[in-house]
Design a protein around this ligand. Structure first.
Ligand SMILES: Nc1ncnc2c1ncn2[C@@H]1O[C@H](COP(=O)(O)OP(=O)(O)OP(=O)(O)O)[C@@H](O)[C@H]1O
Ligand SMILES: [Mg+2]
Length: 258
């Protein structure tokens, strides 16, 4: 079983309200691979990565995480996920540190308090995204770009083997994008698997091993970077490009623990 790829989908289909958002996708993400998922707004990028992790059910085909269907997968500490949309406000306000520490939950044994390893991982993740000095602040007081960095830090704190990030650089300034590129370069160097959804690769482009370009719920192009000029042109022309949509769906708040 150890040779099973981190993520593998075969003939994956997803329907929303009778419309197909994913139409028979075959995708294998190998261990240590850095895959970029590109495509215009509404082409199915988020649906693809959420379906790969079992966050939306398939209406056809199958998908496996390290060889196990998501419903039976238990080893969530191996998986990190940065959702595209921020969870809606409400609930108890949490500090930046508390949210980042929640990324360790799948690693902790049930009755143990946070260990020094947990605290060190949280500190390292906060430093990596440049938010160490905001650790005690309430997360809802941060800017949108800073909140995205909190979600990135939460995923990093879990020290996952496979990291799935849905447009982590949307609305994030150039300095933070460069910092994220440095973090991802380090993870890639340590053999971690990364799936990155993006509109533009920017400073991340040199890290990419393979691109898939989504179009109308299908993989329209697959190959080595850089992405084909036609796909970049299509994205640039897209009149509906508005970055991440407002409003969150509660199922995107986080990975299930344990
Ligand atoms: N929960 C949902 N309910 C109904 N329709 C949905 C839902 N999620 C996505 N869709 C629809 O499925 C299609 C693909 O959406 P998806 O969010 O996967 O695209 P995307 O490529 O990630 O777009 P963006 O670049 O805007 O993030 C779109 O037509 C979208 O409106
Ligand atoms: Mg999306």
């Amino acid at each position: 079983m150890s040779s099973a790829p981190p993520l593998q989908m075969t003939g994956g289909r997803v329907r929303f309200d009778g419309r197909e958002a994913l139409s028979g996708v075959d995708l294998r993400v190998g261990a240590g691979e850095f895959l970029a998922v590109l495509g215009a707004n509404g082409s199915g990028k988020s649906t693809l990565v959420r379906a790969l992790l079992g966050l939306v059910p398939l209406s056809g085909g199958r998908t496996e995480i390290y060889g196990v269907p998501p419903a039976r997968f238990r080893d969530w500490k191996r998986v990190g996920y940065v959702p595209q949309r921020l969870p809606a406000g409400g609930g108890v306000p949490a500090t930046v540190r508390e949210i980042v520490a929640s990324g360790r939950v799948a690693r902790r044994s049930r009755w143990r308090p946070a260990s020094s390893a947990d605290r060190a991982a949280v500190d390292a993740a906060l430093r990596a995204v440049g938010l160490a000095d905001r650790a005690r602040d309430s997360a809802h007081l941060l800017s949108g770009g800073q909140q995205r960095r909190v979600l990135i830090a939460r995923a990093l704190a879990g020290e996952p083997d496979v990291l799935v990030m849905d447009e982590p650089t949307a609305g994030v300034d150039a300095a933070s994008q460069a910092a994220l590129a440095a973090i991802l370069r380090e993870l890639a160097g340590r053999g971690r698997t990364v799936v990155l959804v993006a509109h533009e690769l920017g400073p991340l482009e040199p890290l990419i091993d393979r691109c898939v370009v989504m179009e109308h719920g299908r993989v329209a192009h697959e190959g080595a970077p850089p992405p084909p000029a036609w796909s970049r042109a299509a994205q640039a022309e897209d009149p509906h490009h508005h970055g991440p949509r407002e409003g969150a769906r509660s199922d995107e708040i986080g990975m299930r623990a344990g």
